[in-house]
Write a protein that binds this ligand. Structure first.
Ligand SMILES: [Zn+2]
Length: 354
């Protein structure tokens, strides 16, 4: 029943959107992807299929991490635990000086949100080049890419037959069909335990950006967003920690929003401490920021999925975010980041289905 209903709905939506694409093409609007910002760039259901073969598989990710660790003397890899299905979970570490402030970048708690991991890999590669190497003198960097490796590989104990992408499927949940980003208090799942036992409790971390993707139809001021950001919203967060989160957000906002392709909104999120943005800020006193980028790599619900023609902008958005925040921490400028934009940044709304 569920299969049939789902497929019918998808066909109808695709047909409707095909009409829009035809009109755009006829009017000459459907130009090369470079003509669009992320927000207004082509989505799934426009003129393309969603093929996940361009994304790193887990094995390819590990191979790339090992290649970079062999090339870069500053980079060390650590296995922090195993997924439900036994995949080693990796932490990439640049620990140049214990006295430096430390930032953690976390990607793919949700397995179907992979462009953040693609961006993190690009960032790691960039740290091996002359252009960015200097930043390591002033900041320690920890990166956990693809925390939900089983979900990312679609290797789970439930059916993904309804999912939209061609090729490998990717899902939000881990192999036990648990949302890892609701497991930060009780920490039942092996992936969450690996993160808390071998990263959060083992390293002195000052800042964390938790990188995600949301649906493709969120907007701010009438324009689709390239992403939305939010600081901890639990009442239990320490005021100094919260201020650090707002400054971290300020660095991200001012690096992304003024670009031609970036358009950020204020994410609308809850105050539960089961969510890492809230729970990790309270438990460890870490200034956290949630970054929800536009569009997911795969899903059973079409409006959440974004076509791969927007991949370039979203990967770039991740790289710019990681580069800007590490530089601002390394040179100390984060201490004076102007947080006043938060006072006027509008909450994102949903454009809804057409
Ligand atoms: Zn997510």
């Amino acid at each position: 029943m569920r299969n049939q209903a789902g497929q019918k709905t998808i066909s109808r939506r695709s047909f409707g959107l095909l009409g829009v694409t035809t009109v755009l093409a006829a009017s000459g609007v459907a130009a090369a992807p470079s003509a669009f910002g992320v927000g207004e760039g082509p989505g799934y259901g426009g003129n393309e299929t969603v093929n996940t073969s361009i994304l790193h598989t887990y094995d390819e990710l590990v191979a790339e991490l090992k290649t970079q660790a062999a090339k870069q003397s500053a980079l060390e890899l650590e296995v922090i635990g195993q997924s439900v299905k036994g995949r080693d979970l990796y932490l990439a570490k640049y620990l140049s000086n214990p006295a430096n402030p430390t930032i953690l970048f976390l990607t793919q708690q949700h397995g179907n949100e992979q462009l953040t991991t693609e961006g993190a890999l690009e960032f790691i590669k960039s740290l091996g080049t002359g252009k960015n190497r200097g930043v390591l003198k002033g900041v320690n960097i920890l990166i956990v890419p693809m925390l939900n490796a089983d979900g990312a590989m679609g290797d789970v104990n439930f059916s993904l037959d309804n999912y939209i992408a061609k090729g490998r499927h990717l899902t939000r949940y881990n192999a036990n069909e648990v949302d890892l980003n609701r497991d930060h208090i009780v920490k039942v799942q092996p992936e969450t335990q690996a993160l808390h036992n071998n990263v959060m409790r083992k390293y002195k971390i000052d800042y964390m950006i938790d990188l995600h993707h949301q649906g493709a139809r969120s907007q701010r001021d009438g324009e689709l967003v390239s992403g939305s950001i939010l600081y901890p919203t639990t009442a239990n967060v320490d005021a100094t920690v919260l201020e650090g989160s707002k400054r971290l957000g300020a660095v991200v906002f001012h690096a992304i929003d003024p670009t031609g392709w970036g358009h950020l909104g204020r994410y609308v999120g809850g105050s539960a401490e089961t969510i890492s943005r809230n729970g990790i800020a309270v438990e460890y006193g870490i200034s956290t920021l949630l970054f929800e980028m536009r569009g997911m790599s795969d899903h059973e619900y079409e409006p959440y999925v974004l076509g791969q023609k927007s991949n370039g902008y979203l990967i770039k958005q991740t790289v710019v975010t990681l580069t800007a925040t590490t530089r601002a921490i390394a040179d100390g400028s984060i201490a004076t980041a102007d947080t006043s934009f938060w006072d006027t940044l509008a909450e994102q709304t949903s454009r809804g289905e057409e």
